[in-house]
Unconditional design. Structure first.
Length: 499
């Protein structure tokens, strides 16, 4: 992004046309890069002087804009024999002692101060104001840009700068999922509408909130990075041009993505980020999916924040978090919820919105929250679905199950039938015994029991169990009448229960 004073735009005929850099500007871009390369190790004031010469020969705003982008890849250092603050303090103290009244007195004061610091008077003089911006030395310059990539970045930055003053942006893209994801994570208010040209993302500006802010305009600019990453796209923005409403139109023919990856942005809010992080730590039979496929809602579409996919069947529950929104945006969301049909939807609603009853009237489950979404509330809501799903899957199973394997875990058996463990654990297993969460034939238990004895080391017992395919050591030893007596760090030995 550039500063607004470097915006190059034509308003001819009442339009709003950005003045992009063309291939004819490649030599100029090369000159700008060459000036920086030539001034590595030189003070900024020398670099600025050389750039000023270029500005006098070419378009001032274009040169300054290119230079600003390159400067962000440069590192400037303060170079001095002694830290400037220390040099000034010593010089001022010496000046007070000498009572500086003229140039000769100043020379004597510098010599005295330099002697106290162990440097030459000339080095001390240079150090006095070495920390001023114009005295900073260009220490290094990254190789991020060549002339071609610099012009591509300039064009993108120019368009981003224009979007600082956007009130509304309408975008069509061949990668809508990525676009909506970036929009939501940037905290922008949006709608997805169906038009005769396909789906169109409508992003509203800061006027829809309270007043125009640079922070919101910057989010528009960052969104453009996600837009240009698509192969085909077009954008129409309503711009507040110093009180005059103008239209900016852009497409994939105007901008090409720079070589760098688009800026990755976080969740829409801290509430969503915290929820996703805490939910991921749970060991549930539900997979959390960020921003699932759109839901049809009349002539528009809705993309919920999350979806929960059940691990044992093709069942999905959508999850929307309604945080601090404007009344107008809340009304739009309620209208969308009113038209969502034939899907299971949980809605976490900030208590301050006061719309929980309205959402419940639309047959969606409401989870009120304040500050953060309570994981327990979400888990309990999912559990109600899960109980229904387990009951349905259990109904399809026979009352008795006789797997062929000698040893088999309940989880493996459940996966074989495509159901949860809860659906199989209450079945009858006439050919097996339950040992913890594992099914074991009695003959296997007899064989294992014959190879175990009191006083045997735990490691030996584990080897016997492992050979039999039994991984639940504690449950198996308990079933066979043994406990483990620990002997410090050296391990443990089997003892008969009660012995």
């Amino acid at each position: 992004m550039l500063t607004k004073d470097l915006l190059r735009v034509s308003r001819a005929g009442g339009g709003y046309h950005l003045q992009f850099a063309g291939r004819e500007h490649r030599p100029l871009a090369a000159k700008v890069l060459g000036v920086f390369d030539a001034h590595v190790g030189e003070p900024r004031e020398a670099l600025d002087g050389a750039l000023a010469d270029l500005e006098a020969e070419h378009d001032f705003k274009l040169v300054r804009g290119l230079a600003k982008l390159v400067e962000r890849e440069a590192t400037f250092e303060t170079r001095a024999a002694v830290p400037p603050e220390r040099a000034r303090r010593a010089a001022f103290e010496a000046g007070e002692a000498v009572l500086v009244a003229n140039g000769e007195d100043r020379t004597r004061a510098l010599a005295r101060a330099a002697d106290s610091l162990g440097v030459s008077p000339a080095d001390l003089d240079d150090a006095l104001y070495a920390d001023r911006e114009e005295r900073g030395v260009l220490a290094s310059l990254s190789d991020r840009y060549d002339p071609e990539s610099l012009l591509a970045q300039y064009d993108l930055s120019l368009a981003q700068t224009a979007l600082f003053d956007a009130r509304e942006v309408r975008i069509r893209s061949d990668d809508p999922r990525r676009l909506v994801s970036a929009t939501k994570r940037l905290g922008l208010l949006y709608e997805v509408r169906k038009t005769d040209r396909g789906r169109e993302l409508v992003v509203t500006g800061p006027d829809a909130l309270f007043r125009a802010t640079r922070r919101y305009g910057t989010r528009f600019a960052r969104l453009l990075r996600a837009v240009v990453g698509a192969t085909e796209w077009d954008l129409r923005a309503t711009i507040d041009d110093r009180g005059t409403e103008r239209t900016l139109e852009l497409s994939d023919s105007d901008l090409r993505p720079p070589d760098t990856e688009p800026i990755e942005v976080s969740y829409d809010s801290g509430v969503e980020r915290e929820f996703a992080t805490r939910f991921a730590a749970l060991d549930l039979d539900w997979e959390l999916l960020r921003e699932p496929e759109p839901l049809e809602v009349g002539a528009s579409v809705m993309i919920p924040d999350f979806a929960f996919n059940y691990a044992h069947s093709e069942f999905r529950v959508y999850f929307e978090i309604m945080g601090f929104w404007t009344p107008e945006y809340v009304e739009k969301k309620l209208d969308q919820l009113d038209r969502v049909e034939e899907v299971e939807l949980l809605v976490a609603v900030d208590d301050s919105l006061g719309v929980g009853e309205e959402i419940e009237a639309r047959d969606h489950r409401v989870l009120p929250y304040s500050g953060s979404v309570r994981i327990k509330d979400v888990r309990d809501a999912l559990r109600r679905y899960e109980e229904r799903l387990v009951a349905a899957s259990a109904a399809s199973l026979p009352e008795t199950l006789s797997p062929e394997e000698d040893v088999l875990s309940l989880s493996t058996l459940a996966a074989r039938y495509g159901v949860s463990e809860a659906a199989v654990e209450d079945r009858a297993f006439p050919d097996h015994e339950r040992v913890g969460r594992t099914l074991v034939r009695p003959a296997v238990l007899t064989t294992v029991s014959d190879r175990l004895s009191a006083g045997q080391s735990l490691s030996e017992a584990e080897s016997v169990l492992e050979e039999a395919g039994i991984t639940e050591t504690s449950a198996a030893l308990s079933r066979l009448g043994y406990r483990v007596e620990w002997d410090g760090l050296s391990g443990g030995r089997l003892r008969s229960v009660g012995g």
